[in-house]
Design a protein around this ligand. Structure first.
Ligand SMILES: C[S@@+](CC[C@H](N)C(=O)[O-])C[C@H]1O[C@@H](n2cnc3c(N)ncnc32)[C@H](O)[C@@H]1O
Length: 267
């Protein structure tokens, strides 16, 4: 079970620096936002537009909210997040949107109340991807869409492998396998529109800049929280040596195995 309070706290603490370091998150968000374009309601149908509600689930600092506004010009746009700190930051930056504190696995929204749920890089911090899908299905209107990216196993693979040569403790967060994600989708009542998996890799000149960057986006503390005992200087040195074996011309890799998912709730 994830410690969701720790997740919320860790992201809240990172809110003021998050956008500066979230290069990969923003790149994936921009690609995911493109997938929303064909799903925007016909602007000439004012009845449809007036009742169209878009939710950015795990909105973080609110980076995607103005972009969703550009795509869904007349819709009501809402941001929701587990972290009060993130929400406070988003509210301050984009006061024109509505916000709710929310857990993706137990949403505080009515059945069939949302037209489209967008969620970038957030639901990997949940216990069960099947539960995430069930909950999104519940709150989506019939005909509504879920446009989501999440991380799956294979993420930070090199980091994990290097640590495994030092000790058997968990240093890297665990993620759902691609197979589990595919199975959860096929067992859900959603209609599959577009589901792809790909690797995105960021390179860093050294291990310190890589781990520092994870820390600045709030992803680091949660991982560390699972490893209660201190790492000795000897273990750290052994880890750094092991990780150096993965160095490429561009630097040390931080790999993200990303699922990009578009689903539709049938009418
Ligand atoms: C990596 S940030 C992504 C933020 C934003 N979507 C973006 O693309 O920049 C992950 C966000 O998900 C939120 N989050 C984590 N677990 C969540 C959950 N169970 N329900 C809702 N939000 C969650 C975190 O608080 C954080 O703001």
């Amino acid at each position: 079970m994830l410690d969701k309070q720790a997740v919320a706290k860790s992201f809240g603490k990172a809110a003021h620096e998050y956008d500066e370091y979230a290069r990969i998150q923003h790149r994936i968000a921009d690609a995911l936002l493109k997938k929303c374009e064909p799903l925007a309601p016909d602007e000439s149908n004012s009845d449809l537009c007036n009742h169209h509600t878009v939710l950015d689930l795990g909105c973080g600092t609110g980076y995607c909210l103005p972009k969703l506004r550009q795509c869904f010009k007349s819709s009501t746009i809402k941001g929701a997040d587990l972290s009060e700190g993130m929400l406070a930051y988003a509210k301050q930056t984009y006061p024109m949107f509505e916000y709710s504190i929310a857990d993706a696995e137990a949403l505080p929204f009515e059945h069939e109340s949302i037209s489209l749920i967008f969620s970038n890089f957030a639901v990997q911090w949940c216990d069960s991807f099947s539960q995430v899908l069930n909950e999104q299905y519940r709150v989506l209107k019939p005909g509504g869409h879920l446009v989501l990216s999440t991380l799956v196993e294979g993420t930070l693979r090199e980091l994990k492998q290097a640590w495994s040569k030092v000790d058997q403790r968990q240093h890297v967060n665990s993620f759902e396998t691609q197979q589990n994600v595919e199975q959860a989708i096929s067992e859900s009542c959603f209609e599959e529109i577009d589901v792809t998996f790909r690797d995105e890799v960021e390179f860093y000149p050294d291990i310190r800049s890589l781990t520092d960057s994870l820390k600045r986006i709030g992803a680091h503390n949660v991982t560390q929280g699972r490893n209660r005992s201190l790492t000795t200087p000897k273990q750290l040195k052994a880890f750094m040596q092991a990780f150096e074996e993965y160095r490429q011309e561009e630097g040390l890799p931080a790999r993200y195995h990303v699922a990009s998912i578009v689903l539709r709730k049938p009418n």
